[in-house]
Structure formats: C-alpha cells, structure tokens
Design a protein. Structure first.
Length: 386
C-alpha cells in the first residue's frame, strides 16, 4: 500500500476515521489543481468564503464548537483531524486555523452574548482574527504597546499591530492590548474584540511569499463598547497562556497536513518519473528519503493526536513541553518534506507549473508564526530545567 502511515487509524474511533475520510474525499473532489487555481485567484487568495460556508453546512466548520452555539460539539482532536485533512487536501480555507485560535479564547472566556454572536458566526463558515504581534513586539509579545482606555463607557484603542492573519476576512479581530501599566510587562494586558469595520481601524495588506494572507492594523482612536472586553480586564497574559496548548496544536496539525501533501506529491512523482530506464523511486537514495520522512510523519501525527487528546481530557491542564514539541516537530517536518520534495522532483519541483514550490513557500513560514522554532526550543529546554 502506498501511504500506509497516513491512512492508518492511529488510535482513532470509527467515527473519527469516517470524519477524516469524508473531509479527505470532499477535498479530492472539490479542490483539484484546476479548481483550486480558480477558487484562489491563481493561488493568491487562500481563503474562499463559499468553500468555508459549504464546509459549515456539512457541520465541519463548527467541529470544535459546542452544539449550543451551532457547532458539532467535537474537541481539539476532531479539529486537528479537520485541519490536517484540509491542509493535506489544499482546501482554500486559509483563515480557519487562526479563527479556531479565537474560538478557543471565546469558549474559555466569552460571555454568553459573545459566544452566541461569534461562535455562531464561525459555525456558519465565518472568520475571526487575532492581533498580538506589533512592529517592536514579536517573540517578546509581552512588550506590546497598543493601548486601550475606558472613556465614557467605551474602550478607545490606539496603536499598531502587524502580521494579523486574515484580518481582511474576519468579522471581528481579537486585539491584545495594554489597559494598565502594571509592575511587569505581563501585567495590565487585556483582550478586546474589535469589528473589522469599526471606525478608526485600518487594515493594510502585507505582501509575502504566501500571497494575500496577513495584514498591518492601525488603530487610531478606535471606539468599541465596554462589552467588547473578552474575559477580565488586566488578565490578558494569563488568558493568552491558557490558550497556548490549543494554539500550538492547531498550527501543528495544519503543518502536518502540508507536510503530508508535499510527501504525497513527491512520492507519486517518483513513481512516474523515469531516468536511466527506471523510475527515480527505484534508486535507494530516493527510497531512503521517503523512508525517513514517512517515519517522521507517523511520529509527528502521534504526537499531535496525543497532545490534542490530553487537552480534550483536561482543558485546564497546561502542556507547555508537549504542545511546543508538537509545533516544533510538525512545522520543521513540513519544511523538510517540501525541501526534500523539491530535490526529489529535480527541476520540476522548482517550476511554478508544479505545486512543490508553493508548498515550500507555505512551509517556510510555519516555523516563524505562532512562536518561532527557537522560541519552542527555549520553552522545551525550560521544561527540562535548563
Ligand atoms: C505570515 C505570518 C502570519 C502571522 N500571523 C499572526 C497573527 O495572526 N497574529 C499575530 O499576533 N501574529 C502573527 N504573526 C507574527 C508571528 O507570531 C511573529 O512573526 C513571530 O512570533 C516572530 O516575531 P518576529 O517576526 O518579530 O521575529 P523576532 O521576534 O524579531 O525574531 C527574529 C529572530 O530572532 C529569534 N529570537 C527572538 N527571540 C529569541 C530568543 N529569546 N531566543 C532565541 N531566538 C530568538 C527568532 O527565533 C527569530 O529567528 C504572523 C507572522 C507571519 C510571518
């Protein structure tokens, strides 16, 4: 069998396997290369709202949302299966991962009204975004300077955010900002939900290797109601920390799907392409590359599923070591699969006519966003007492 590792259940229930299979079939049917090119404006705009809505109608978009808010009531493990399969199947729902990160924060800290409004919006196929990073606060996100003040019963926000993914598609953006000075940089932070159309908020796209994906935000006297606060005033840092398992596993599962896609593409190519009168896959040098990558893919998949399962069993439990390991392993693997895939495909891997160069462009950023690989290693080292 060609890709035993990706099709095997690895501890999933029958129902979970059926779910993953259904998503995979949908992607194979609806997101083939020609169709995908059409849906994404030539691979530039990787979020297609109508595809998101179709997946919502199937009950998939709200997979990790409580049934009370229009979702299907699944957990992080089901969300990971969906993320992995949609990334592997190239479904044009680029805004989904970041939307899911905000879903996690809303589920944990949202008021009933916020949950009804925004979780309901996501379950119908809508998008949300989160803005932590600033020009001077990247890895050191606690150094952020965007301010919010309560004036006449409204929050007034001022500052600049950068790298806010899919803000241009989002109904609301979760802004992490400073509402108080605080003794340390981690005190005095809060989370405030700002509608994308709010007056005083400007969203400007940033050109990247990946197309239309991320934005700079400028907040100039941007006013929202007092009820736009998510969770408690001044508790922003603790709330961010509480979401880290969730965030890292989400990014890991997406990267894993991309890694598998690059692997699948290279494997299929290596069986077709002939040189010296035989397939290039018959050379041991090529076979060993695939054997190593296939082994790493299974390890990474097991790790993602283990961390997702542990998080579902006890959502309050912090798993800094395991979640960082999952993010580190999957994102570095996505990069390796795409780079090796390009080498295996030779000149054709480098040509834009084939998808491998696109996979490589998508993969390189995964080890940067959501905490770089260096930061993940720092966290893992800290858990080892270093
Ligand atoms: C495409 C894209 C989408 C993004 N989406 C979002 C989003 O939706 N919301 C959001 O808030 N942010 C988002 N980000 C921001 C992302 O999380 C940051 O880019 C990332 O955390 C790194 O910050 P930086 O780019 O400022 O790099 P820096 O922090 O300046 O780091 C530069 C280099 O120094 C290294 N470094 C820094 N500190 C240390 C240290 N202590 N030890 C060892 N090495 C260190 C880093 O690993 C890196 O190699 C996105 C970024 C990109 C590129």
């Amino acid at each position: 069998m060609a890709t035993v590792h990706s099709d095997s259940h690895l501890g999933l229930s029958e129902e979970q396997q059926d779910f993953a299979r259904a998503v995979r079939d949908f992607c194979a049917r609806e997101c083939g290369p020609e169709r995908l090119k059409e849906l994404t404006d030539g691979f530039e705009d990787l979020h297609h709202a109508a595809t998101a809505r179709r997946m919502a109608e199937l009950g998939w978009y709200g997979v990790a949302i409580d049934e009370a808010y229009g979702g299907s009531g699944g957990g992080l493990l089901e969300a990971c299966l969906f993320l992995e399969e949609t990334a592997r199947g190239e479904a044009p729902i680029g805004a989904y991962a970041v939307t899911l990160i905000v879903v996690g924060a809303l589920t944990r800290f949202g008021t009933e009204e916020q949950k009804r409004r925004l979780l309901g919006h996501v379950a119908e196929g809508g998008a949300l975004a989160i803005a932590m990073s600033e020009p001077e606060a990247g890895s050191d996100v606690g150094a952020l300077q965007t301010r919010a003040e309560l004036r006449d019963g409204e929050w007034v926000l001022d500052g600049t955010k950068t790298w806010c993914s899919y803000a241009h598609k989002a109904q609301e953006i979760l802004i992490v900002c400073r509402t108080d000075r605080g003794e340390s940089k981690h005190e005095g932070l809060s989370m405030i939900l700002v509608p994308r159309e709010a007056e005083g908020l400007t969203v400007t796209p940033i050109d990247t290797l990946g197309g239309k994906e991320t934005n700079e935000l400028h907040l100039a006297g941007c006013r929202v109601g007092a009820d736009a606060l998510l969770g408690e005033e001044g508790h922003g840092w603790t709330q961010l920390m509480a979401g880290l398992n969730y965030e890292r596993v989400i990014l890991a599962a997406s990267a894993l799907g991309l890694a598998q896609r690059a692997f699948d593409e290279a494997l299929a190519y290596s069986k077709e392409r002939r040189q010296f009168g035989r397939s290039i896959g018959s050379f041991q040098a090529t076979q060993h590359k695939f054997a190593d990558l296939a082994t790493d893919l299974v390890q990474a998949r097991l790790l993602v599923r283990a961390v997702a399962t542990m998080t579902d069993a006890d959502p309050e439990r912090m798993l800094p070591q395991e979640a960082s390991m999952a993010k580190l392993a999957c994102t570095e693997l996505a990069k390796r699969c795409a780079l090796e895939g390009m080498q295996i495909m030779g000149g054709y891997g480098y040509a834009t006519e084939y998808p491998m160069e696109r996979y490589l462009r998508s993969a390189v950023v995964t080890t940067i966003f959501g905490g770089t690989s260096e930061i993940q290693r720092n966290i893992i080292a800290k858990t080892l007492g270093l």
